[in-house]
Design a protein around this ligand. Structure first.
Ligand SMILES: Cc1ncc(COP(=O)(O)O)c(C=O)c1O
Length: 361
């Protein structure tokens, strides 16, 4: 068979997800393995969301509401925006893909930090567009470097706040300054997958820009703070003329009916959200203190994950941790060969991780 494939598809490398727990337990014959690799919520799903799912199961013979009326209303109320500024996705991954499909054509350029969440590159290249990488500066996105890389072909800029993997943010003042250099033809995407965990009150928020109908898109997800990663639901906040374009290329039923009801319930479950955020903050402080005592370096974060310096061979440390039943992420493929990324788990999981880390170091 000879398949005629565009070169830009052949250039794609498949996304490598965090190792599933079951796979590790099977491979190494380990029980009670701990996964701190995919920045998930260790408390499970919001109980209200779980209840809503149970109540909706009887309707699974029906297609979902393609326009997700009730969920869009709930999100619109949360942000006090017009429903037409919201686009729902099968995870925020889907919003990244919709932005690429709707806005990019071959040879268009997209500026993004290096390293970045890996799916940006996959979706950019899938559209035949060109990723333009701008290396980090002091573990943060280099906004000036991005401005210098803008050309007449630039269509999108991906920013991620707080930033995966370093946990850095951009302040309101820095972003304000950055936007003065951006023409209205360039869309700036603020991926806010971890925004609920930010402690710094100066952090920029996309919604302040979306409300004025400009060229800023916000992306949010129910996968992290709301504990619904397995359901796949996220959304974009953007000017109505943009959301209209994304909705043209969206699969009609991209958000399943259980995800819709669960997301509505999760939005109303403020107790669960607060409990999650409190846990993450308390456990981060606990882990920082333990690492300091052990003389192990780390990078402070505004997210629910952070980087730990295990130099010089993070892959090796990653593998040794696996054998101890702890899954983290080696940052070698992100260009940080002496760091692992670990997300905050439950207290006993964090203790187990810290013990395993001191053992393998
Ligand atoms: C920075 C960033 N953006 C987006 C996503 C995608 O999240 P989801 O598709 O689960 O909403 C992730 C997931 O890990 C992420 O780290």
């Amino acid at each position: 068979m000879k398949i005629n494939v565009p070169d830009y598809i052949l250039s794609l490398k498949p996304y490598i997800p965090g190792k599933p727990l079951e796979e590790l337990e099977r491979e190494y014959g380990i029980k009670n393995a701990v996964k701190l690799a995919s920045n998930e919520n260790p408390l499970g799903p919001s109980p209200k969301a779980a209840e809503a799912i149970r109540a909706a199961i009887g309707n699974l013979n029906r297609y979902p509401d393609s326009g997700a009326y009730a969920l869009i209303q709930a999100i619109a109320e949360k942000f006090n925006v017009e429903p037409k500024t919201i686009v729902l996705g099968n995870g925020s991954d889907d919003i990244i893909a919709l932005l690429s499909t709707a806005l990019l054509k071959p040879e268009a350029e997209v500026i993004l930090p290096q390293p970045s969440f890996l799916f940006y590159e996959i979706s950019i290249r899938s559209a035949g567009a060109i990723p333009v990488w701008v290396p980090l500066k002091f573990n943060s996105m280099d906004l000036d470097g991005m401005i210098h890389n803008i050309t007449p072909n630039t269509r999108l800029i991906f920013l991620n706040i707080p930033f995966n993997p370093t946990g850095a943010i951009i302040s309101k003042a820095e972003f304000e300054q950055f936007m003065t250099a951006i023409s209205s033809e360039v869309i700036v995407v603020l991926d806010e997958a971890y925004i609920e965990f930010v402690r710094d009150p100066n952090c920029v928020l996309s919604i302040d820009y979306v409300k004025s109908g400009g060229n800023v898109v916000g992306m949010r997800t129910f996968s992290k703070a709301y504990g619904l990663a397995g359901l796949r639901i996220g959304y974009g906040l953007m000017a109505a003329e943009l959301s209209e374009l994304l909705n043209r290329v969206r699969q009609p039923f991209n958000v399943n009916s259980l995800a819709q009801v669960a997301a509505i319930a999760a939005l109303s479950d403020e107790d669960f959200l607060q409990k999650t955020v409190n846990l993450v903050h308390a456990e981060l402080d606990f882990m920082y203190a333990a690492l300091r005592r052990a003389g192990i370096g780390y990078i402070q974060t505004q997210a629910n994950f952070f980087l730990i310096n295990v130099g010089p061979d993070a892959d090796e440390i990653f593998n040794r941790l696996l054998k101890q039943g702890v899954i983290v992420r080696s940052m070698t493929s992100y260009g940080y060969p002496d760091y692992i990324r670990v997300n905050v788990g439950l207290h006993h999981e964090n203790v187990r991780f810290l013990e395993a880390l001191t053992n393998v170091l």
